[in-house]
Design a protein around this ligand. Structure first.
Ligand code: SIN
Length: 287
């Protein structure tokens, strides 16, 4: 029996969990309840968590093994499992990944085995802006017209991290040859089944996708933009206004997310993210 209670945040996506203290080991039954909530609601919010990097890592490990981010220069010194997302500059250097993540994506989608999910902890946030917006890709898929679903089923998209990075992140350090070698282009099914509840979801993103296999780049970008415009409608979306101590776990297998703009020069936002390893996406038609 789990001690957690869940309250839905919107009709399709998000649940707030009460009854958890992430500074201590979480009971197996509660982890199982979180895993089911993620499969059904994609995003789980846990407020009021004053946790250290060690406690953040220990809790995340209860959900699975952790990934080290390819941008090791933005990981927390001494804690390579924590990827820092921040606009803050200390000693003339950015302490975390800055300026990015403003387009919908799911984390590490460009890997052969994209990550299962992330655990995001807010340490500092801005008065205005800087929210994170989440989209339910299972609700968006379910609402698509049948002919579009049929077109998508069985299609694969080519995710190309280096191609995207080199056009989008000219303000960041160039990727090293070693970093590039870790992220070759990779094709994934654009509809994927959730391993926990079998529900199909769109597996797309506003970044990294260069084309659908068998479709040229220009036509692919046109179709991608059209589907994403539909999928990111407000009925499939939850926008979270952060407070320090909030933790959100999101499931990359049925959602996308992005950071909302804020005053990057005049305010401070500091977030810590762990990334839980996943498995290769697959699609199975449910009879
Ligand atoms: C991320 O994309 O991992 C971070 C999103 C955010 O900064 O809100």
């Amino acid at each position: 029996m789990t001690a957690i209670t869940f309250t839905d945040l919107t009709a399709h996506i998000g649940a707030e969990a009460q009854g958890l203290d992430l500074s201590r080991p979480v009971a197996d039954a509660d982890i199982a309840a979180l895993e089911h909530a993620l499969a059904d609601r994609a995003v789980v919010l846990i407020r009021g968590q004053d946790i250290s990097p060690e406690q953040h890592i220990a809790f995340s490990r209860q959900l699975g093994s952790l990934e080290d981010h390819v941008l090791s220069n933005f990981c927390l010194p001494g804690h390579k499992e924590i990827f820092v997302v921040s606009n803050i500059i200390e000693n003339g250097k950015h302490i975390g990944a800055f300026g990015g993540s403003k387009q919908y994506h799911s984390d590490l989608a460009y890997l052969d085995e994209p990550s299962m999910g992330s655990v995001f902890h807010c340490l500092e946030c801005t008065e205005e802006g800087g929210e994170t917006s989440f989209v339910s890709m299972s609700a968006a898929y379910a609402a698509l017209p049948e002919d579009r679903k049929l077109w998508l089923q069985g299609k694969r998209a080519v995710f190309d991290y280096v191609w995207y990075y080199e056009q989008a992140h000219r303000d960041r350090p160039a990727l090293t040859a070693e970093q590039k070698a870790k992220v070759p282009p990779i094709a994934h099914p654009v509809v994927r089944s959730h391993p926990v509840n079998g529900r199909p979801s769109l597996f797309l993103s506003e970044v990294w996708i260069r084309r659908f296999e068998g479709v040229d780049d220009a036509e692919s970008q046109k179709v991608l933009a059209e589907i994403l415009e539909f999928a990111t409608g407000p009925e499939f979306t939850y926008v979270h206004k952060w407070a320090p101590g909030d933790v959100i776990i999101w499931d990359n297998r049925n959602s996308m997310h992005k950071a909302c703009p804020f005053d990057e020069k005049g305010s401070r936002r500091r977030m810590h993210r762990t990334t839980v390893a996943g498995t290769r996406p697959f699609f199975e038609v449910v009879a």
